[in-house]
Each structure stands twice: as C-alpha cells, then as structure tokens.
Design a protein. Structure first.
Length: 196
C-alpha cells in the first residue's frame, strides 16, 4: 500500500480501477502531497473540506479521490461544467449548481441519502475560494435532515497534507456546531488563507 494513501474502510463507496488509483497516487506523489488519517467505516457521510483558497484544491482533491478509489457526490458551480472539463467533472460524480438559484440543493442531497444504502457527499462549506467570515450552512441542514455524521477533511498546504479529521454528529444548535467546526479547522492553512 502506498504510504501516502490510507486504505478505505469496508463500507466506503468505491469506484475506479488499478490504473485510476495508480494515476491518482502518482499525481499526489509528484506534487509532494499525502493523505493523513483514515476514514470511518460509515456507509453515509457528509464530508466538509476546508480551507478552500485556490482552484488547486480541486486538482489535489480529485487526485486524492482517484488514489483512494472512493465514489463521492460533489456539487460545483455551473460555470465549471462547460466543455471537456464539464464532461470530466460529471464523470467523477460532480453535479452543476447555479449559485444564484441554488434552491432545492439541500432537499436533493437529502433525497439522495434516503434513496441509497451508501453515499459520501463532499462539499466546501466556505462556498468560495475567498476568505469568508461565515460558512454556508447547507451541509449542516443536510446532515441533520438525513441523520448523517459530518466528517472533517482539511487541506494543509505548508505540509502538503490532505488530512482526515474528526467525525461529528450535528446537534440541534446550528451556531454551536458551526463554532465547534471552525475551531477544529483553525490550525490548518490553505494555499492563500486559513478558515479565520
């Protein structure tokens, strides 16, 4: 096993083949990146990834997805889905969203959780690459409505690490949960900024 990529747990949704896993691991290795920690043996997860400060996060995140051989549901801004990049993003499980008309996304993802036995949904709670004082709360509403735990994943550019942090259940107190999550992410630094 490549020491830069931990094994997936038994319940993880899987995709890909030996070539795609080799390709993802090769990209991570050439970039000097590694994946630290391990995912829990959960069939359903809401995975939040922060800090998000550059389009490079998508490159390293896609390489990590390929290297792990994990199947995830991702949403992205509609503008990314034009031409060959759009085909590639859809091929890897991404769904375009018009950020100006993002109504119904929470309900769509909650329905997806209800309709399948295994689903890992990935989202950047900042919703943009710019520093933001508050995270978007859609993931919190999804986790609560679908009764699914939130898995923290972070980018830490100084050490070129994609880290798998704690697994948390969301409470009925949105403000307290968001404060707790922001505190967890405070030590980690994106390419251009952290989360505070």
């Amino acid at each position: 096993m490549n020491d830069r990529v931990p094994p997936l747990p038994e319940c993880a949704p899987r995709t890909g083949n030996a070539f795609t896993r080799w390709f993802g691991r090769s990209v991570l290795r050439m970039g000097g990146w590694k994946i630290s920690g391990s995912f829990p043996n959960q069939r359903k997860l809401v995975i939040i990834v922060a800090p998000h400060s550059t389009w490079w996060d998508g490159v390293w995140g896609l390489a990590a997805k390929l290297a792990l051989g994990v199947r995830v549901l991702v949403i992205g801004k509609r503008e990314l889905f034009h031409g060959p990049l759009g085909w590639l993003l859809r091929r890897f499980g991404a769904i375009p969203v018009d950020r100006a008309r993002a109504h119904g996304v929470v309900e769509m993802v909650v329905r997806s959780f209800a309709q399948t036995d295994t689903l890992w949904f990935v989202v950047a709670p900042e919703g943009t690459r710019k520093p933001v004082p508050r995270w978007k709360t859609g993931f919190w509403h999804i986790a609560r409505a679908a009764d699914v735990p939130v898995q923290c994943v972070y980018f830490h550019y100084p050490e070129r690490t994609i880290g798998i942090g704690p697994l948390l259940a969301m409470s009925a107190d949105e403000a307290a949960d968001m404060a707790r999550l922001r505190a967890i992410y405070r030590p980690w630094m994106g390419k251009y900024h952290g989360t505070d």
